[in-house]
Design a protein around this ligand. Structure first.
Ligand SMILES: *[C@@H]1O[C@H](CO)[C@@H](O)[C@H](O)[C@H]1NC(C)=O
Ligand SMILES: *[C@@H]1O[C@H](CO)[C@@H](O)[C@H](O)[C@H]1NC(C)=O
Ligand SMILES: *[C@@H]1O[C@H](CO)[C@@H](O)[C@H](O)[C@H]1NC(C)=O
Ligand SMILES: *[C@@H]1O[C@H](CO)[C@@H](O)[C@H](O)[C@H]1NC(C)=O
Ligand SMILES: *[C@@H]1O[C@H](CO)[C@@H](O)[C@H](O)[C@H]1NC(C)=O
Ligand SMILES: *[C@@H]1O[C@H](CO)[C@@H](O)[C@H](O)[C@H]1NC(C)=O
Ligand SMILES: *[C@@H]1O[C@H](CO)[C@@H](O)[C@H](O)[C@H]1NC(C)=O
Ligand SMILES: *[C@@H]1O[C@H](CO)[C@@H](O)[C@H](O)[C@H]1NC(C)=O
Ligand SMILES: *[C@@H]1O[C@H](CO)[C@@H](O)[C@H](O)[C@H]1NC(C)=O
Length: 670
């Protein structure tokens, strides 16, 4: 940010440029297209034009070009506003270079943020990632928003202010936008090809804004000095474009008092194209809008849980009272203005209202002494459980890969951080076909808010404490039996399952290798620690990492395992071995297999160099575990053979095989 020496001089220069703008845009509104109102051509700027970086994202489930035409149109119009503008577009699909060629070098695609399993981007991830970009002003906004040139001029003014600020501006929703973007001329055209004037667009907005009544107000947030935090809080995993977070950020920024927060809605003309027609109404039916409701509810839940300020749950909740800067020209027709007291009296007819414009800098200095009234936390309301419109049956087709395979993990609340670390690792490896089975309601709710495809285990014992559910405990025995039953259920629904405990760290995606064993083979990790002993010795089958195919022999064999476990006093691990390899290992074949004679299912014990357990080769004792494992070309490393949850957590964190930042509530940035 450019610091102005001496407030007086600073203000004067802003005043002067402001006056120029008023004068020029007054005439300009009648004749200018957005591109010609660009500061470059009209004004000799007093200060250097700030770099403006707009951060926005596309719903990842749709590909770049299809279904995002409106958004892409808007992005084009942003880029045309000024050469100061750069757009960072977060998307899951980095498509062909032809896409970016069309937009030029000021559109950057970034796919490093986190998305939910439905492809909705996370706001906290976007904000964290935005810090990696160098810019004078950062802007966070929805992609389907049309900006007019006063956006750039307002930010240019704000840039001259010698203070850290956060600017808020609401967008007006327009059901139909009858104009076309002229790529060559950089202006909007009407259907009859006539060029649309800036003033006409502004008027459209002004007339709407007084009637605007939308609860999920679309907003533009812009802030300078990106080195200073936006607010003092930690952003919870809000979903982008699903409400609440704009208000939340504003509230937090106001309570933090590090930035001057102001509402520039009347200075910046913007409108969003409302989605009258429904994008999610696809034949596969899974993405219908009503199934999206929980995303909005989840966001408002997060706002209440983690906000330092009280959130009004009412649909009508609006922004906290902000200082409003700047009245701009008000165009209004007689019929529309009857009830708005902010419109100057004595004007009749069309396009008549006009008020002087207050400079942002003047507004800010006027407000310096003004204290903002803030409502404080009321966090004691009990929140009803969040309803998630998916169950196991509906999740499977959504997450399974093209081989109809899912990666299943089962977790209770005390392992939630480890679950997240596991999930973050899979996201990083671009393994998206995972599923989480929650053992309790807390894990279920937590996982929903983290955007995970989660279902509640119908078999989970409801009355046990999972807090110290480690190997050998009664709890552990019960929980492991839940695992095989759930796997069996999924196999019967026609999907292959790679079961992976959350304490299995993935170095590489093992699925292609596991698939290569072919049908009628169940591949499982060996728990043998003795480096010279055969890996299929009795009870050395680790039931925390195995790949089961949805074929007849496997299903039949898993039925037997589940039956055996149900009558056993032990955990399910011995049931696996005793059922599939026979007691004492009588069905062993060679040093690394068993064949269950009734079903002909082959159990393949996985090579321990590639799939080491926690005791093999003392890997966990090595100074650089990752390097050691990479040398061996490990696919995974199991963090087992250690007693106690905290020790387990500690070991994994200390060795740098940890991918979740619990304090930031998000995956460690790449
Ligand atoms: C993304 O999804 C939200 C909510 O369904 C919708 O309002 C928005 O228009 C979508 N945006 C894009 C670019 O598809
Ligand atoms: C605003 O919304 C409320 C509740 O949905 C509705 O009753 C009211 O008529 C709306 N007002 C306008 C001006 O649309
Ligand atoms: C969804 O699509 C079906 C036909 O495919 C149509 O009958 C229905 O009206 C659509 N619903 C919405 C909300 O557009
Ligand atoms: C929500 O609005 C209703 C009616 O307007 C009011 O009675 C209720 O107290 C409001 N709830 C909250 C949490 O403000
Ligand atoms: C204007 O306000 C009056 C009372 O405040 C109300 O009765 C009337 O319905 C309003 N008119 C419109 C068009 O909203
Ligand atoms: C837990 O519930 C099961 C049946 O649901 C019951 O058999 C068992 O005794 C209960 N255990 C405890 C510790 O309450
Ligand atoms: C899917 O199955 C094919 C054929 O068995 C295999 O080559 C491929 O690696 C599998 N893909 C994954 C991701 O497992
Ligand atoms: C490992 O196994 C070999 C042969 O199976 C045996 O001789 C040796 O004692 C075992 N070592 C340990 C530490 O158990
Ligand atoms: C298992 O294999 C044996 C010999 O290959 C065969 O006779 C038997 O019918 C098979 N059993 C099943 C259940 O397929």
């Amino acid at each position: 940010m450019k610091k102005l020496k001496g407030l007086g001089a600073g203000l004067l220069s802003v005043w002067l440029s402001g006056f120029l703008l008023i004068a020029l845009s007054f005439y300009g509104t009648q004749l200018l297209s957005p591109s010609s109102l660009d500061d470059r051509s009209l004004f000799a700027r007093v200060s250097i034009s700030p770099r403006i970086t707009i951060f926005t994202a596309l719903n990842g489930s749709s590909s770049l070009e299809e279904e995002n035409t409106k958004a892409l149109l808007c992005i084009r119009s942003w880029l045309a506003l000024s050469s100061q503008v750069t757009v960072v577009l977060f998307t899951q699909h980095i498509s062909s270079s032809s896409f970016t060629d069309k937009f030029g070098s000021r559109l950057l695609l970034d796919s490093t943020i986190d998305f939910t399993f439905l492809g909705t981007p996370f706001v906290h991830s976007m904000l964290a990632r935005s810090e990696a970009y160098v810019s004078d002003i950062a802007v966070l906004m929805d992609p389907e928003t049309v900006l007019l040139p006063d956006f750039v001029s307002a930010l240019n003014y704000a840039h001259d202010v010698d203070r850290d600020w956060l600017l808020v501006s609401s967008s007006v929703e327009i059901p139909r936008f009858p104009f076309h973007w002229d790529e060559k001329g950089h202006f909007w055209r009407q259907e009859n090809r006539r060029r649309v004037r800036f003033g006409e667009l502004q008027k459209m907005i002004s007339m709407r804004s007084w009637k605007s009544n939308s609860s999920e107000r679309k907003m533009i947030l812009a802030w300078n000095n990106m080195d200073v935090p936006l607010h003092c809080g930690v952003v919870p995993p809000f979903l982008y474009q699903r409400g609440t977070y704009n208000q939340w950020i504003v509230n937090e920024a106001m309570s933090c008092k590090q930035r001057f927060v102001f509402d520039a809605t009347s200075t910046i003309s913007s409108f969003c194209l409302s989605n009258a027609e429904n994008k999610y109404n696809r034949s596969d039916n899974v993405l219908e809008p009503q199934t999206r409701n929980w995303e909005y509810i989840g966001n408002s839940r997060l706002g209440q849980l983690y906000g330092s300020l009280f959130f009004n749950d009412n649909k009508s909740s609006t922004l906290p009272k902000l200082l409003k800067c700047n009245k701009r020209y008000i165009f209004v027709s007689a019929s529309d203005r009857s009830n708005d007291s902010s419109i100057p009296k004595g004007n009749t007819g069309l396009n008549v209202g006009f008020r002087t414009r207050e400079k942002i800098s003047a507004c800010i200095s006027r407000s310096k002494s003004r204290s903002l009234k803030i409502d404080f936390v009321q966090n004691d309301q009990a929140l009803p459980l969040l309803k998630f419109p998916f169950d196991l049956e509906s999740l499977l087709p959504l997450v399974a890969d093209k081989n109809r395979t899912v990666v299943l993990s089962i977790a209770g609340y005390s392992y939630k951080d480890m679950l997240m670390s596991w999930v973050c690792r899979l996201r990083r490896l671009a393994v998206s076909n995972f599923l989480v089975c929650a053992l309790d309601d807390e894990t279920y709710q937590f996982s929903i808010l983290q955007g995970l495809p989660v279902f509640v285990d119908p078999y989970a014992p409801k009355n046990i404490s999972f807090n110290d559910c480690h190997f050998g405990s009664k709890c552990f025995q019960k929980v492991t039996k839940v695992k095989s039953r759930t796997v069996l259920k999924i196999l019967k629904l026609g999907y292959n399952v790679l079961l992976s405990d959350v304490d299995v760290y993935w170095f590489r995606n093992p699925l292609p290798l596991l698939h290569s064993f072919g049908p009628s083979v169940l591949a499982a990790q060996s728990d043998e620690y003795n480096t010279t002993a055969p890996i299929n010795r009795p009870r050395r089958l680790n039931s925390g990492f195995y790949f089961a195919r949805s074929d007849e022999p496997t299903i039949a064999a898993m039925e037997k395992v589940v039956k055996h476990a149900a009558t056993s006093d032990l955990s399910e691990q011995p049931s696996f071995y005793d059922t599939l390899c026979g007691e004492g290992g009588i069905h062993r074949l060679r040093d690394d297999r068993c064949v269950e004679p009734e079903t002909n299912l082959t159990v393949q014990f996985l090579n321990r160099d590639l799939f080491p357990n926690g005791a093999y080769g003392d890997l966990w004792l090595k100074k650089d575990v990752r390097a050691e494992c990479e040398k061996k070309h490990c696919f995974v490393l199991h963090n087992n053979w250690i007693s106690g949850r905290l020790k387990k957590l500690e070991r994994q964190m200390m060795k740098g095989l940890w991918e979740y930042d619990a304090s930031m509530r998000m995956c460690v940035l790449r």
